[in-house]
Design a protein around this ligand. Sequence first.
Ligand code: PSU
Ligand code: MN
Length: 304
Amino acid sequence: MSLPLTLAPEVAQARAEGRAIVALESTIITHGMPFPQNVDTARAVEDEVRSSGAVPATIAIMDGQICIGLTTGQLDRLGQAQDVAKLSRADLAACLVTGAMGATTVAATMICAHLAGIKVFATGGIGGVHRGAETTFDISADLLELAATPVTVVAAGAKAILDLPKTLEVLETHGVPVIAYGQDDFPAFWSRSAGLAAPLRMDSAAQIAAAHLMRARLGLPGGQLVANPIPPEAEIPSDEITPAIEAALREAQAQGISAKMVTPFLLDRMYEMTAGRSLTANIALVLNNARLASAIAREMAAQG
Ligand code: PSU
Ligand code: MN
């Protein structure tokens, strides 16, 4: 049986010509930002990839197909739909057989990108180890996917709503290279630093691409996490964002928010508590990640 994979014409052509392609996720659209900024941002990110010399492939599950690249109509439907499933490795197959609409998280987007032969993926932030994970066991499947699936993921680090030291520990245990781009510190999404050193540092897209290809030659499974700091002019410094983070976490706990709802709940509360500033920063960092991912994808196409 063939794969339930539908490539947008732009993506199919780029693949046939061996050109650079950058995968983009859809949970950020359905569960990470409010409408209409979600659809506007998704389009702006696709345009940023194109103007950086690569082809964008936004990934979502629609009508029983893994869509690699969405039409304008599909993106509008997804961005406005209610009750879209948030899909990770565990629920991808079930969503395909039921025909429900599904948004792919970092983990599910990596799986789909790999099925389509795409090696580079840009997003905002990855899921990680939640604070209190020693009792809740809430560790995002994104971390294990990075250990298993050979896709280089460009993110602005991880949000300080998570336990960042534990997140780095789990990535190290599972053999995932965590590469800070252009600085020594591990970036913390809205902030360029949260005072933690990154395990690795690289200063060029060429080196990041070469490291991905070298892992494949060595027979090592899994991908790489590239942590690209938010542009300085868009940053919300750590001491300014921390009070909002702590308040959002207290609310989540008081309301008994758990499992898949934790990350969307915290993102929504952060948006309200920062009067939209968290969203402006989020958009700026995703665009920045799209540029770097495109440069890495172009290098891979040239080197690979
Ligand atoms: N972190 C963000 N923005 C996001 C997400 C995470 O800063 O939109 C989304 C991504 O799709 C990520 C998912 O893969 O949440 C992780 O969810 P969980 O923590 O439930 O694994
Ligand atoms: Mn979780």
